[in-house]
Design a protein around this ligand. Structure first.
Ligand SMILES: *[C@@H]1O[C@H](CO)[C@@H](O)[C@H](O)[C@H]1NC(C)=O
Length: 174
């Protein structure tokens, strides 16, 4: 019994430690990298309701050749200045791994698009604390996970495994 519990906790620990990093689809859906039809549709509105952590990867999806993504300094973000980007991503499925906490600034590389609202600032947080002892319940936001790329499936798998483990533990504790 004790050995079983130990094995389960070890399993949960390893599982959660390995599955922390996520791929986050920018805008939460395909073809979201486009001029917003209204401020409420802007990517920054989406970004404010999402959480980004060191180790996560942002994934863009847009029609290649129709747009591009520039990683820029704050001044260039604010001025929509496309002349001197830190990084230029022209691949329609560009990826950026988030290495450091703090804000990162992106604008469209197509002249005039940034001015019309195609820009994004993502505030990256430090990784979540490793859990101690009791396994953490995922927050409701993570269960629904609108920000997680559907292809990854990691979030739902995680919830599923948690449910199974909690079920087994519960059955043995009664
Ligand atoms: C854009 O950035 C470049 C290089 O940093 C600078 O020389 C230029 O003056 C800027 N343009 C505007 C309109 O701010």
């Amino acid at each position: 019994m004790a050995a079983l519990l130990k094995a389960l906790f070890l399993f949960v620990f390893v599982f959660f430690s390995l599955s922390e990093a996520r791929e986050i689809l920018v805008g939460g859906k395909t073809n979201a990298w486009k001029i917003p039809s209204s401020p409420a549709q802007s990517l920054n509105q989406w970004a404010e309701s999402s959480r980004f952590r060191v180790g996560d990867t942002l994934v863009w999806n847009y029609e290649e050749g129709k747009d591009s993504v520039l990683k820029v300094r704050k001044e260039d973000y604010e001025a929509c200045n496309i002349t001197n980007p830190q990084e230029k991503l022209e691949d329609g499925s560009a990826k950026v791994e988030l290495h450091n906490p703090g804000p990162i600034y992106f604008i469209s590389g197509v002249k005039g698009h940034c001015e019309q609202g195609l820009k994004l600032v993502v505030v990256v947080m430090t990784p979540r604390h490793r859990f101690i002892g009791i396994s953490p319940a995922p927050s409701p936001a993570e269960i629904e996970a609108p920000a997680v790329a559907p292809s990854s499936g990691a979030a739902s798998l995680k919830v599923g495994v948690l449910a199974v483990v909690v079920g087994i533990l519960g059955a043995h504790m009664i």
